[in-house]
Design a protein around this ligand. Structure first.
Ligand code: ATP
Ligand code: MG
Length: 488
């Protein structure tokens, strides 16, 4: 196999390398260039360097690394390297780095050498300092606010890490590398971009001049093993009888809206609800980035598309939902309702696609209703408010509210039915709520889930039709007898 190494000995920097062996532009330091990123294979997930090690790294570590990286870049042919399998590329880099360390007479222990090597491989082949974070499965979100500040969310709590980038240029290059994989770019002229990592993680990038202190990168880590309803019960996000209620709602084709703030667990909850759907239904999902993992056999998954570099070819959520209606769906599941597609989803719910579902951003079931109304109004439908509300009432059966509490736990706080209209006002009734009772000595919130005493919800007949009425009655009764306090 061709070796990616330049035929010359690894040149101790700053000796100029033969230019034909280096891809333009040559990067002067360990920041990978945008040109290089395009040539790189999909980066492997990270090696096992303990992520928090970076906390203790000194300035001298970064200096040595920069020196060695500079020498490596001069000694290596990146285009050839890109052709290698990740493991072979790693081996190649390892050999050269060890040679450089010897030539430059850098004194370091084997452990330090290994750490340095991991870092350098991550820079060349992957997402640099982000790699150790990407390799961890316990992280929900990674939030990079410029080169020196990286936060993560673990177990519902946001914490700062010691990880940092060499400078904003390196961070920018990594952002560019991420978005170039889906054929986009981020720069001054196009400073905002949504993308996805090869593992399915959702990425948002916004760079200067819009983000003032350097590029801001936000990653919602894709969880291979999605949380199930039983996990939510285990965490205290919902009580066992509440979970029964949700399963019945999911199965009996109740039109459902999941409402919640950012990162409150809406998509997770939607995924849990869909698990209750019978196997013989034809389901079509519409998402901005495919996150749902439906277990049923008859599923069509659709994804929106952003405009290309010329600003063309955009396919919006509304386009997808409208197209769905021509695909003979039994249920339509919309990952996130954000705009005019609200109208089409409501229409679908109203026209025989019972059991359709969607999520939206709102802090309470009531707010969810008014958000829905304003999405339709702003979508340019010249309908009087009363007509929109009537449409909402005849479409939506249940709103489930998810919340991220201040102790980091996520809870389902309401299962609310849309009942009808009184005058111009939409009326609702809570079936199931979470009562906040206080907090323990560690600041963890205490509370309980309970049903509100409504014995026959509006979807009772539907539950009966599916033979679920006894289970529904039992779930509501059991919730009245207080569930034990639970916490996440
Ligand atoms: N009940 C829960 N308990 C613990 N962790 C949860 C719970 N629900 C969701 N999570 C975790 O929280 C993170 C965010 O969840 P999810 O993507 O469902 O939120 P979201 O409300 O859809 O977010 P966004 O508004 O960004 O779309 C995920 O990592 C998920 O695994
Ligand atoms: Mg979501």
């Amino acid at each position: 196999m061709d070796t990616p190494r330049a035929p010359a000995q690894p040149a101790p920097a700053p000796a100029p390398a033969p230019s034909q062996l280096l891809p333009p532009p040559v990067v002067s330091d360990f920041a990978p260039s945008a040109g290089m990123s395009a040539a790189m294979p999909a980066p492997p997930l990270a090696p096992s360097a303990p992520p928090m090690m970076s906390n203790q790294r000194s300035e001298s570590f970064y200096e040595v690394k920069a020196q060695i990286f500079g020498a490596l870049i001069e000694a290596i042919d990146l285009t050839q390297l890109a052709k290698l399998e990740p493991i072979a590329a790693r081996e190649e880099i390892r050999d050269i780095v060890i040679e450089i360390i010897t030539i430059k007479n850098v004194v370091m222990s084997i452990a330090e050498q290994e750490e340095l090597l991991d870092d350098i491989c991550n820079d060349v082949l992957g997402y640099g300092p982000l790699e150790p974070l990407l390799a961890r499965d316990d992280i929900a979100d990674i939030m990079v606010n410029g080169a020196n500040t990286v936060y993560i969310e673990v177990k519902g709590k946001i914490q700062q890490t010691g990880i940092r980038f060499r400078d904003n240029q390196q961070l920018h290059n990594i952002c560019q590398r991420i978005v170039s994989q889906i054929g986009r770019r981020v720069d001054e002229s196009s400073p905002i971009c949504d993308a996805r990592l090869p593992d399915g993680s959702r990425v948002n990038v916004i760079v200067p001049p819009l983000s003032i202190d350097g590029p801001a990168l936000t990653i919602r880590k894709f969880k291979k093993d999605k949380l199930k309803l039983s996990d939510l019960v285990k965490f205290g996000s919902i009580s066992p009888s509440g979970a029964e209620l949700l399963q019945i709602i999911g199965r009996c084709r109740v039109n459902t809206l999941i409402s919640g703030g950012t990162g409150s667990g809406k998509t997770t909850l939607l995924n849990c609800l869909t698990a209750a759907i019978d196997n013989d239904e034809r389901i079509i999902t519409c998402e901005d980035a495919a996150e749902l993992q439906l277990q049923q056999p008859h599923v069509v998954r659709l994804e929106t598309r952003p405009p290309n570099l010329e600003g063309e070819g955009q396919i919006t959520m509304r386009d997808l939902v409208r197209n769905c209606l021509r695909m003979r769906p039994e249920r339509i599941i919309v990952g996130e309702v954000r705009g005019a597609e609200a109208f089409d989803l409501l229409q679908a719910m109203n026209t025989g696609h019972d059991g359709s579902m969607g999520t939206l951003h709102a802090n309470s079931p009531r707010e969810a209703l008014s958000r829905l109304e304003s999405m339709i109004t702003m979508g340019g439908f010249a309908l009087p408010p009363r007509t929109i509300r009537e449409m909402v009432v005849s479409s939506i059966d249940v709103i489930i509210q998810a919340s991220r509490m201040r102790d980091g736990s996520r809870r389902i706080t309401h299962v609310t039915e849309v009942v009808g209209m009184e005058g111009d006002i939409v009326t609702t009734q809570d079936l199931f709520v979470y009562d906040y009772l206080g907090e323990d000595q560690n600041g963890n919130m205490l509370g309980r889930h309970r049903s509100t005493g409504i014995g026959q919800p509006r979807f009772w007949d539907r539950a009966k039709y599916y033979g679920e009425q006894n289970r529904l009655a039992a779930a509501l009764d059991a919730s009245e007898a207080l569930d034990p306090m639970g916490r996440l």
